[in-house]
Ligand binder design. Structure first.
Ligand SMILES: Cc1cc2nc3c(=O)[nH]c(=O)nc-3n(C[C@H](O)[C@H](O)[C@H](O)COP(=O)(O)O)c2cc1C
Length: 339
């Protein structure tokens, strides 16, 4: 299958294959792994614009990046156009991001109560103003990540996409579910197709890709300009390599046990190194940091070993694993028992 690079504003992305922003998962080490395996564009976790504007150290640590993961999008939330434009200027001044993406789809009540995330979909005119304000403040492309609507009763993605385009957005990332669905239920690819037909700017589809071949299905069935993958990449960043193999008509070789171990170890160690750098100002004890990192790694760890014999035992001992050595010993045990 012939695949064209994806263009978002002035930015050219080598493969129209994106890693979705996922709070608690898409920290720098995981993004770099996905990038290394063929993902074209990665996103930070969602970051508060107000926190960036105040340059709060707690917030700024989410803006760590490295050249190896570029191009990378800074994914921000907020509801005040001036604050968001100011935050975008701070991001641009860091000179390490390629795109500013506005969260218009987060269903978390704490975010929606502030008029941000999915709540913005109730006011398409405000989305237009925010996109406009950010576009005037920075030269980076500005995009939105959004949903079909807040709920079935408020199915207004057409208006939202139109408003974003009018405001100057360079692309729309569309999670084809309602905010009220959270992340469950079938994704509505029919609507992806319709929004792609309605808009001039690139529309990237998201939702419901659980296997490599679904990426091709989505491109073919909806005509979208690219596909964005979320949960299917957790524990299986190799999905990007598999999709490239499919597109090139090459056989796909699943990761060997050694490669899986190498990626798990690199992920864990880089997460630790990143956390040490982030915590420098707070003079942490190494042990506490290591414990904290092992705790935060659990979601990834279980997903990396999903379906393997021995995972149940590992799960029972998850709470006790508070050093990287203990985690890797448990990983070896599972990998070695899974021939
Ligand atoms: C744990 C988790 C965290 C997420 N965090 C964000 C977020 O911060 N911003 C956002 O726009 N979407 C977020 N999402 C939604 C994903 O970006 C994506 O739209 C959704 O998972 C659907 O894609 P999938 O079916 O491929 O997983 C999150 C999803 C999950 C599962």
């Amino acid at each position: 299958m012939k695949i064209a690079p994806l263009r978002i504003g002035e930015l050219t992305i080598s493969a129209p294959l994106l890693l979705a922003p996922m709070a608690g998962y898409t920290r720098l080490p995981f993004r770099a792994i996905c990038k290394g395996l063929g993902c074209g564009l990665v996103f930070t976790e969602v970051i508060t614009a107000e926190g960036i504007l105040r340059r709060s150290p707690q917030t700024m640590r989410f803006l760590e990046s490295l050249p190896e993961e570029r191009p990378v999008a800074a994914h921000i939330y907020g509801s005040n156009p001036d604050s968001m434009a100011g935050a975008a200027q701070v991001i641009e001044s860091l000179d390490r991001f390629d795109l500013i993406d506005i969260n218009c789809g987060c269903p978390v009540p704490k975010v929606m109560r502030k008029g941000a995330g999915a709540a913005l979909m109730r006011e398409p005119a405000k989305i237009r103003v925010i996109v406009q304000a950010i576009s005037r403040a920075v030269s980076l492309p500005v995009t939105i990540k959004t949903r079909l609507g807040v709920s079935r009763e408020l199915f207004n993605i057409s208006e939202v996409a139109h408003a974003a385009e009018e405001g100057g957005a360079s692309a729309i990332f569309l999670h084809a579910r309602f905010a009220s669905d959270k992340h469950s239920g079938p994704a509505d690819w029919e609507t992806l197709k319709r929004i792609k037909e309605e808009r001039y700017i690139p529309v990237i589809g998201n939702g419901g890709i659980t296997q490599a071949r679904h990426a091709t299905d989505m491109l073919q069935q909806t005509g979208v300009d690219g596909v964005m993958i979320g949960r299917a990449a957790i524990g299986n960043p190799w999905i990007f390599r598999e999709i490239h193999s499919l597109w090139a008509g090459r056989p796909y070789h699943a990761p060997s046990r050694e490669e899986r171990r190498e990626v798990i170890a690199a992920h864990l160690h880089r997460l630790y190194a990143l956390t040490m750098v982030e915590n420098k100002t707070r003079k942490p004890r190494r042990q506490a940091t290591e414990r904290d990192v092992c705790r935060r790694f659990r979601g990834h760890l279980v997903a990396y070993l999903s379906g393997m014999r021995g995972l149940r035992t590992l799960r029972q001992h998850l709470m006790e694993m508070d050093s990287m050595e203990a985690v890797m010993a448990a990983v070896d045990q599972v990998l070695n028992s899974h021939q």
